[in-house]
Design a protein around this ligand. Structure first.
Ligand SMILES: Cc1ncc(COP(=O)(O)O)c(C=O)c1O
Length: 374
């Protein structure tokens, strides 16, 4: 049996080990240190924001963002419905109530139409959301020209969940620069990884300082640590940050490669009437984190046939994220559709294909295997 081909394995650029050596030689083997400071500075500079706070995960980053926006028990928080649960689990940590907003067919991200329905409903019950979490899914930006005016109209702060979108650009602006607070994930499957990690970026330096305090167990300045608030152990380690710095050095190279992978799938399936690539918005440049195909409903081969068929060849493929309003844990919460149920449709049709840096050497075979199933 061949070595397994994974969906999105990590790929080291080379400099990571040098930064790790720096961390070792300075003996900063700790949940903070010079590599963390540099990593934060480099990411903030790349995104074009004033500050950054490196944390242990993207989920922790969303959690502290909600807290700093004052989200409390029973508050409403709107959230993209078509996403990974890391986007909305932190809403539950604070015992707030998620309201899920459907996807838009053009971007697969939050539908401005569904958001408008949700906001009108919130107004009608006289309970506006405390925050709106807008996700940039599969490395593609949401349509901020249409979403942000709605959020502003009602004065609701935005958390941009750019966990999957490091390096993506929308109308000349970096993903991660659209939210009042924006979040990245450096989980092992992401385009830039620290093995596990996350970051909040923002122009609001006071908010970042507050989150930093919470992320280090809310330790006061005194020698005995005076605790006036609940704390969390959420800071990123200096070693992880060293890996992250090496990854930022090669981010553009990785984006270019993933774009090549996407284009090759597009070309490979161009004569297959049942397969369409995911939409790519003209307003920007995704980071092409995952190549996702859509299988026509009339197709004789189902998405699961493709996933299982590739699985038999030791090739990992997966369905797209199952929308949150369809998840047993979340189905009791409000959901606003885009008129038609877009997320459900995408879930029925979508397949994520191997998209990692080194898949190019096996890509023709993967394309061929899929086309031969038809
Ligand atoms: C859209 C989205 N939001 C949030 C997260 C959570 O990030 P982490 O795994 O770093 O906690 C992830 C990924 O894992 C994600 O894909």
């Amino acid at each position: 049996m061949r070595e397994r081909i994974y969906l999105s394995p990590p790929h080291m650029g080379g400099n990571e080990i040098e930064y790790i050596k720096e961390a070792f030689s300075s003996n900063w083997i700790a949940p903070m240190g010079p590599q963390v400071n540099e990593f934060e500075r480099e990411v903030a500079e790349r995104i074009g924001v004033k500050g950054a706070l490196a944390l242990s995960s993207g989920t922790a980053a969303i959690h502290l963002s909600l807290k700093v926006l004052g989200v409390k028990e029973d508050d409403l928080v709107f959230c993209s419905d078509f996403t990974f649960s890391g986007s909305c689990n932190p809403i539950m940590y604070e015992k707030a109530k998620p309201v899920f907003i459907d996807a838009d067919p053009e971007t697969w991200n939050m539908s401005p139409k569904a958001l408008k329905y949700g906001l009108e409903w919130a107004k009608s019950i006289n309970k506006m959301p405390k925050a709106i979490i807008i996700v940039d899914l599969y490395g593609q930006s949401a349509d901020y020209e249409r979403l942000l005016p709605l959020c502003r109209e009602y004065g609701i702060p935005v958390i941009e969940d750019a966990a999957e979108a490091m390096g993506a650009v929308h109308n000349g602006r970096a993903c991660g620069s659209f939210g009042n607070l924006s979040v990245f994930s450096f989980n092992g499957n992401k385009i830039a990884t620290t093995s596990g990690g996350g970051m909040v970026v923002s122009d609001d330096l006071d908010a970042l300082a507050k989150m930093k305090y919470w992320s280090m167990q809310s330790k006061g300045d005194s020698l005995w640590y005076e605790h006036r608030e609940l704390g969390y152990n959420y800071r990123l380690s200096n070693i992880s940050a060293a890996i992250g710095r090496g990854q930022m050095d090669v981010l553009d190279k990785h984006i270019k490669r993933r774009e090549e992978v996407f284009k090759r799938y597009e070309e490979g399936f161009s004569n297959n009437e049942y397969i369409k690539m995911m939409p790519v918005s003209k307003a920007g440049r995704p980071n092409y984190w995952l190549s996702v195909i859509q299988i026509d409903e009339k197709s004789p081969v189902s998405p699961m046939n493709i996933i299982n068929g590739l699985g038999e060849e030791n090739i990992e493929a997966r369905p797209v994220w199952k929308p949150m309003h369809m998840q047993p844990y979340f189905e009791q919460y409000e959901f606003f559709a885009h008129d038609e149920y877009i997320g459900r449709e995408i879930f029925k049709k979508g397949v994520c294909l191997p998209s990692g840096y080194n898949v190019v050497s096996d890509q023709d075979e993967i394309i061929d295997l899929i086309n031969r199933m038809f």
